[in-house]
Design a protein around this ligand. Structure first.
Ligand SMILES: Nc1ncnc2c1ncn2[C@@H]1O[C@H](COP(=O)(O)OP(=O)(O)OP(=O)(O)O)[C@@H](O)[C@H]1O
Ligand SMILES: [Mg+2]
Length: 238
């Protein structure tokens, strides 16, 4: 059996029977503010603590912004960077086209310099926004995924899209290309909101399939044995 890569995210490894499969590419899909970047950084930060350096590629926020935001979760990213356990690569909008064209030099250098085996791409949505043709978008992203799989790294990609609990497949073409899909919901129940995670697919692996509530405080903490009750209203239907 392929080696598992633990995320260290409380509850998630249990759902994944140990973690992600090594060298696979997993997509985190969720609406704005659902905790995608937090979850992605938690994977990198926990890896770094376990002796597995990671590269966080961001098209969304500046490196300083990320360091600042992550402090709120109790993570000293700067310290990890100084120890060469984490590298944040902030790609400017004008340089996104290089990534789409398959020029991964900066990412590759960072992986080699750190000896990294974890990579995050935050987000694919930003890459896609830079290009009009859907065909070229898909081609660019597919090329990136193929390269990531061969890079010796286990990778997480962030995709911003409000997910619909009533529809099994509404995340476009991305979900069929990647090895795994994790959905982050921000559901409304009456006047309150419930955050919940679902593993939609994980190729070649057994995993829990139910909707699992999570709290977003000091990182993401899942409660795999809690059931969600009630009638939900999807973000998209509000
Ligand atoms: N220190 C903190 N403690 C608790 N919750 C926090 C903290 N920092 C952020 N949050 C919550 O996390 C949310 C943002 O998380 P995150 O940036 O990971 O989401 P995202 O899905 O990446 O958002 P975006 O779509 O803007 O990129 C905030 O809206 C807030 O609710
Ligand atoms: Mg984000």
């Amino acid at each position: 059996m392929k080696e598992k890569v633990p995320t260290g995210i409380p509850g998630l490894d249990e759902m994944l029977e140990g973690g992600f499969k090594k060298n696979t590419n997993v997509l985190i899909v969720g609406g704005c503010g659902s905790g995608k970047s937090t979850m992605a950084m938690q994977f990198i930060y926990n890896g770094a603590k376990m002796g597995h350096p990671g590269v966080y590629v961001t098209f969304e926020e500046g490196a300083e912004e990320i360091r600042e935001n992550m402090k709120g979760h109790g993570w000293d990213i700067k310290k990890m960077e100084d120890e060469n356990k984490i590298r944040i690569l902030a790609i400017e909008p004008q340089d996104v086209m290089h990534i789409l064209r398959g020029e991964y030099g900066r990412i590759e250098d960072a992986i080699n310099e750190l000896g990294a085996d974890r990579v995050v791409i935050d987000s694919v949505t930003s890459i896609e926004m830079m290009i009009e043709s859907e065909f070229e978008q898909r081609q660019g992203v597919l090329k990136l995924i193929t390269w990531l799989r061969k890079s010796g790294c286990t990778s997480l990609m962030v995709y911003e899209k409000a997910v619909d609990v009533h529809s099994a497949s509404n995340h476009g073409n991305m979900e069929s290309i990647v090895d795994g899909v994790i959905l982050l919901y921000n559901l409304r129940r009456g006047k309150t909101r419930v955050r919940a995670l679902e593993i939609l697919k994980m190729r070649g692996a057994r995993h829990m399939t139910n909707l699992v509530p999570y709290v977003l405080e000091k990182g993401i903490t899942l409660q795999p044995h809690q059931t969600i009750f009630g009638d939900f209203v999807d973000e998209k239907r509000m």
